[in-house]
Design a protein around this ligand. Sequence first.
Ligand SMILES: [Zn+2]
Length: 457
Amino acid sequence: MRITFNGAAGVVTGSCHLFEAGGVKFLLDCGLFQGSEELEELNPKFTFEPSEIDFVILSHGHLDHCGRLPYLIKRGFRGKIYATAGTIDISRLILMDAAQVQEENLKTENRRRLREGKKPKELLYTIDDVFDTFGHFKACDFKRWYQVGGVKFRFHDAGHILCSEFVELVVEGRRVVFSGDIGNSGKPLIRDPELPPKADLVLIETTYGNRKHKSFKESVEEFKEAVLSTFKRGGVVLIPTFALERAQDILYILKEMYERGELPPCKVFLDSPLAISITKTFNRHPECLEERVLEELRRRGDLFSFPYLRFTRSVEESKKINDYRGRAIIIAGNGMCTGGRILHHIKHRIWDERNSIIFVGYQAEGTLGRKIVEGTRKVKVFNEIVKVNAKVYTINGFSSHADKPQLLSWLKEAVGHNTKVVLVHGERKVQEVFKEEVERELSITPFMPSLYESLSF
Ligand SMILES: [Zn+2]
């Protein structure tokens, strides 16, 4: 078999691995490169002809794993995309949102480019291409074997986001495991990652291959403390968060606080149409939920609702939040404050020292979120300078990704006598650290492919 790494090789985004094996050609994931202009320029490039790909196996609904599927179809792919039903539901929402955001951003960018005398950029794909993608999805059950040509495969729970999978394949008499993204243990809604079978070849993600997270439990305590002390000051809490998984974890923690009598009367605004849709998707996929919450879902039919919660879908409802003067928690996207409704709330609330902003996710360099976390005293929002007087909290243990010890113990399960290990989905400097750890603990030197490099196995 031959594998060509069309993404997530030495970088985190763009997950897309071409397999030529068992008499067919298929892709594991077809994700978008994100994070910088240099990376985004790689999006149109494939080392293969999309019309010659027989099928795709999709690990989960994050954009860096599913985000190039509409482009693959636009370029002539005609096969099926296999994933769990939950991953398909999430991918539909994420892809529709991404196409809308890309169209809006490109309009603004192209106006700027024209003013600078540059050629306008083209969209990678349109909303119509996203609709075309929906017809290619084929829902699969966890654990059941599927076969296409000489390739057998089945899905196991990766515990990363709702219904995320890792994939076990049998092809040419050998067993291959592709990790997708492996989850962090101890999250409230979804199960911990399952352990992989022994394999001949393992492709493992390495996003946090160089660090150890604080435990989820400790982070929940920090979070509660931050909320309650803001309320004691008479302030409002802002929580910038991405719409998928973290938003639902936070909602669920707040709902549990309410049920235990720990949350004083307040309004909790989920101010993101995408996050609202994804929250409802959780209720539709009991097959992916932790046993404890499953029981609750059966009993109540809904995991998240409680009397203080308000969903604000429309722009008008969102704007009204600015005038709300009572105790409130405002959850809005996006998670790194580079766009979205959170910017309006920052503009209206961050100057007031009674308020606070709680960061519950990673803040990449260069983002507004990172500047606030690093203690800047002033920010520019919508061309207006606003003073940062609100208290800033950063809570690090809510990650959806396994950390180094978790990745290593997962990998140990998959490694047998003669296993080849390939490190994907990680920054090179992080992978160097993880590689040394694998060499020390497992006496194996993993392979770290470069972008577009091939491996014969
Ligand atoms: Zn992911």
